[in-house]
Design a protein around this ligand. Structure first.
Ligand code: AHG
Ligand code: MN
Ligand code: MN
Length: 332
């Protein structure tokens, strides 16, 4: 089934509003443009070149970070999107739906979209999967991000060997995966609704920071490395792409655990990932898929964002494996 029909069905059964369907169609259209830009222009267009600018977090911006954001904002103009909250902007961007709006959204029907336009920037130049993460939120009192549990929808696109989408709306029981049919330029549903297996022997963490980790992660890692003869009782495999979307896609397809914990490096006490447009959408999808997402001991979706760009430690994936990590955090 095509994404278009999938969204129409959800509108018809009252699960989502026309506003949500329209915004989702526009996000899909922008992802198709971004995917094409990466494939056709690639490195020749210097997509990986530094722009000389930096985002609010001090990360250097690549040309593709900026282009991807522009494409998404262009598509969201003339929808009921009142604000875009982007990794690449210090402050929310106000959009006026006004004339030419494709929905008849009233003031109370307005929504906000939080985006990481390009996740995995450092992988652009080396032809490794990157992606776009999005969160659709209600817009009741200006551009103030809600708790993750109150998101209307969340998902992400990956631009890799295939261009893919995973998506869940608040009233969905589980997320659904889609793949872009390049010839036809439509996203098509892949298989059944997503369910992350409870157990896995695959984990993702940047082990280069091991000496800086706090005790709970150090003690968990010691058990993991002890393998089947240790307390965990099984052998593991490790994967770390450096683009969370790519690690997350693998986890949604076959299970596993992802960790970007806080550590002792200056500025990394709360890890690296941002709550509003990275951890919240991933955690919303994870819980819908039967997995767990925590900052160590607390559920990510319960955290109240205090700042648009605030960071949070993030552990998500297979429920039983995340339980194991939670136990290490409670023990400390
Ligand atoms: P972004 O490119 O949006 O800044 O996000 C990169 C994130 C995430 O995708 C990835 O898992 C992590 O940063 C990699 O960080 P390290 O280089 O510290 O491993
Ligand atoms: Mn990112
Ligand atoms: Mn980014």
């Amino acid at each position: 089934m095509r994404l278009d029909d999938y969204l129409t069905n959800r509108c018809d059964d009252g699960r989502i509003s026309l506003t949500e369907a329209t915004v989702m169609r526009k996000l899909a259209a922008s992802a198709i443009s971004i995917s094409r830009l990466i494939r056709v222009s690639g490195i020749e267009a210097d997509l990986a070149a530094e722009t000389g600018g930096a985002n609010s977090d001090g990360d250097d911006q690549k040309a593709l970070d900026v282009l991807a954001e522009e494409m998404i904002i262009d598509h969201l103009k003339h929808t009921a999107t009142a604000y875009v909250l982007s990794e690449e902007q210090d402050a929310p961007i106000a959009l006026s739906s006004g004339e030419g709006s494709e929905t008849t959204a009233s003031q109370n029907d307005q929504i906000m979209v939080a985006i990481d336009p390009l996740d995995g920037s450092s992988n652009i130049a080396v032809n490794v999967t990157v992606g776009t993460i999005f969160s659709i939120m209600p817009c009741d009192n200006g551009p103030i991000p809600c708790r993750g549990r109150d998101q209307l929808a969340a998902g992400f696109f990956t631009y890799g060997p295939q261009t893919t989408l995973i998506l869940a709306f608040a009233k969905d029981a589980a997320p659904q995966c889609f793949v872009l049919d390049e010839g036809d330029e439509h996203f098509v549903a892949m298989g059944d609704p997503v369910r992350i297996p409870d157990h896995s022997n695959e984990y993702a963490i940047n082990a280069a920071y091991a000496e800086h980790w706090f005790l709970p992660v150090k003690s968990w890692m010691a058990e993991v490395l002890a393998g089947k003869d240790g307390a965990y009782g099984k052998d593991f495999r490790m994967r770390w792409v450096g683009s969370m979307v790519a690690d997350a896609w693998r986890i949604f397809r076959r299970g596993g655990t992802f960790l970007y914990p806080g550590d002792n490096r200056k500025g990394y006490e709360h890890g690296r990932l941002r709550l509003v447009y990275e951890a919240n959408p991933i955690s919303f999808l994870t819980e819908k898929a039967g997995g767990q997402a925590v900052n160590g001991s607390e559920r990510i979706l319960d955290l109240l964002p205090k700042d648009l760009h605030q960071r949070t430690p993030l552990v998500f994936g297979s429920a039983a494996e995340v339980d194991h990590l939670i136990a290490h955090h409670r023990d400390e």
